[in-house]
Design a protein around this ligand. Structure first.
Ligand code: CA
Length: 244
């Protein structure tokens, strides 16, 4: 059971989404403007926002950016018109965790929500296969129990899905992970449905790792892109003089 906010100015769609969420036992509030969405998220705790990008007052992408800035842990799923790829990429870069195209199929909506909420609660990532709760790669430590990453003891701020991606890759260091597998394991969706989601999040994760390495001087693992196949997280080469 989660607290959800539906931001949708089309009354019919908004109402259908709200009722469907409530039927599944969630608490759902419906608002129709960007202003009301921002207010609702600052007034009360919200776990997840379904955000239509075409709103009457503030542009949905700007709403997404402001929600992300104010609430780092909030799950944001944007709703876009079919085939509107520019909207999708802009929305993901503005901080959305995922997107659904309209008309929203309710079975798909609930399947995705289940995965997002389960991952968010951390119940799928407590330990690795051999029972450890930390993965260390060079200066980077991925803490499964706390769902956080550190570099030389300092927090590396990551969005929820960036952490999930890093964790998934770090669980098989040096092994190529197929795009389909990453989509299924991190977003719970079939590969064909949202390739952009993976690419945008992976680009953001890579930028953060690189920037953190540059900033701290720590040796960092590298994300390697395997064209048309997937990604691989390569442990850093030991520096000359390192004993380990
Ligand atoms: Ca709209």
């Amino acid at each position: 059971v989660a607290s959800m906010l539906v931001v949708e100015d089309d009354a019919t769609i908004g109402r259908a989404l709200r009722i469907s969420l409530e039927t599944r036992g969630h608490t759902a509030t419906l608002v129709t403007t960007g202003d009301d969405a921002l207010r609702a998220c600052s007034d009360a705790h919200v776990d997840l926002v379904l955000l239509d990008l075409g709103l009457p007052d503030i542009d949905g992408v700007a709403v997404c950016e402001r929600l992300r800035a104010a609430h780092p842990a909030l799950l944001i799923i944007i709703l876009t018109a079919r085939d509107d790829e520019i909207d999708v990429v802009t929305g993901l870069e503005a901080g959305a965790d995922d997107f659904l195209t309209k008309p929203v199929r309710l079975a798909e909506l609930h399947a995705r929500l289940d995965v997002h909420l389960r991952r968010h609660a951390g119940t799928t990532a407590g330990t690795t296969a051999d029972g450890t709760t930390r993965i260390t790669m060079g200066g980077l430590v991925v803490d499964l129990a706390r769902r956080s990453a550190h570099i030389d003891g300092r927090d590396l701020p990551l969005r929820a899905k960036e952490f999930d991606l890093l964790l998934r890759l770090a669980q098989e260091p040096g092994v190529a992970v197929r795009r389909e597998t990453l989509m299924a394991d991190v977003w719970g969706v079939r590969w064909e449905s949202s390739t952009k989601t993976l690419d945008v999040h992976m680009a953001a994760l890579r930028r953060r790792l690189t920037a953190a390495g540059d900033h701290t001087g720590a040796v960092m693992p590298l994300i390697t892109t395997l064209r048309k196949h997937g990604y691989r997280l390569d442990p850093p080469e030991p520096r000359p003089g390192d004993d380990s």
